[in-house]
Design a binder for this molecule. Sequence first.
Ligand code: GLU
Length: 358
Amino acid sequence: MQYKRIIIKVGTNVITQENGLLNEPVLKELVSQIAQLKKKGAEVVLVSSGAMGAGRPFVRLREKCNRVLERQILAAVGQTRLMNTYDRLLQKHGFLCAQVLATKEDFRDRRHYLNMKSCLEGLLQDEILPIVNENDVISVSELMFTDNDELAGLLSAMLNVEALIILSTVDGVMDRDPKEKGAKVISVVKPKHKNIHEGITSEKSLFGRGGMLTKCRIAERMSKLGITTHIANGKTKNILLDIFNNKSAGTLFPPAKKVSGIKKWIAHAEGQERGIAIVNKCAEEVLVAKDKAASLLPVGITKVTGDFEKGDIIRVENEKGKRVALGVAQYSSQKAKEFIGKSGKKPLIHYDYLFIIN
Ligand code: GLU
C-alpha cells in the first residue's frame, strides 16, 4: 500500500533490550525504513514509547519514591535519551526529528487540539519527523492515556491519516493462544468480522499477548473512521517496507467507510459532552438511516438536559437512554429547550457536525 500519510507506533518492548537499555540495532533498522518511506514521499508521524524504559538503567531511585513519582522521573530522564538516539540515527539519513509531548487533556480542549494539529501539520510540511509520546511528567493517574496505542489512535483521527501501523513484539492478531500449537496470524480482520476479541481474553494476554485487546479495539475504531490499521512485529526485518510493498505482514484491519476530519474529532470527543438531546423513535430512525444524511431537528427532540452553548459537544440519546450520536450544538441549551418538538426550526446539530455511534 503506497500510503501518503501514516502514523507508526512502536512499543517499549520493540526498542528496548531486556536489561532496559535502548536496542540500537532495532532502532537503526526502524529509522532507516522510516527514512526510506519519507524519501518516497510518505508523510510519517512516529509515536514512540520507551521513555520510562530508557530512563530505568540510569536512575537510582530513592526508597521513598512512590510509583507515580517513579514513572515521572524515569520518563523525564529517558525521554531525552530516546530523542537523542532517534535524532542521531535520523540525521544519518538527512532528516530532522521533533519532539511532541501530549496529554489526554490536549484532545479534550479544542484550542489545544488545534494547536497540536497545526504544529504537526507544519512539521510534516517541512519534512521533519514528529516523534510523539505521552507527556508522562504531567499525565498521572486519571489524566493518562490507556497507553500509547490510544494516543496513536487519537492522532490518526486528528491528522486524517490513511493508515496506522502498530508495531509490537508479536506478529499480529493470532487466531488462538500463541502458545497453542498451530496458532496463526489472522491476516485480515474485515469490518464485519464478528467477535475478534473473543479469542483475546485478558487472561490470554498473560500468555504473551498483553495489550492486544486494546490494539484490536483501536483498530476497529479506526476502521469505522475510515482508517486502515496494521498490527505487526516491529522486530521483523523490513516490516514497514513490506507493509508498503503490499507483502502480507501482520494483521490488516481495512477501513469500513470514509469519514470527514471534523467527524473524526467529534467521534473522539466522548466524555466531553455538555448536554444531552433526547430524541423520539422516528428522529432516531432518520438519524441512523445509512442511505441519507440527516441533521438533528428540534421537531424530533423530546427533552434537552445540561447547560451548553453554541459550539459545545452534546450527545444524542433515544428515549431508552441509548447513545445515538455525538455532535456540535448550533445553539445554546436555553434556545434548544424553547424549540423542543417545534417544526421549521434550525437543526440543533447539522449533519456535517454529527457523528453517529454504531
Ligand atoms: N509513555 C510511556 C513511555 O514512554 C509508554 C506508554 C505505553 O507503553 O503505552 O515509557
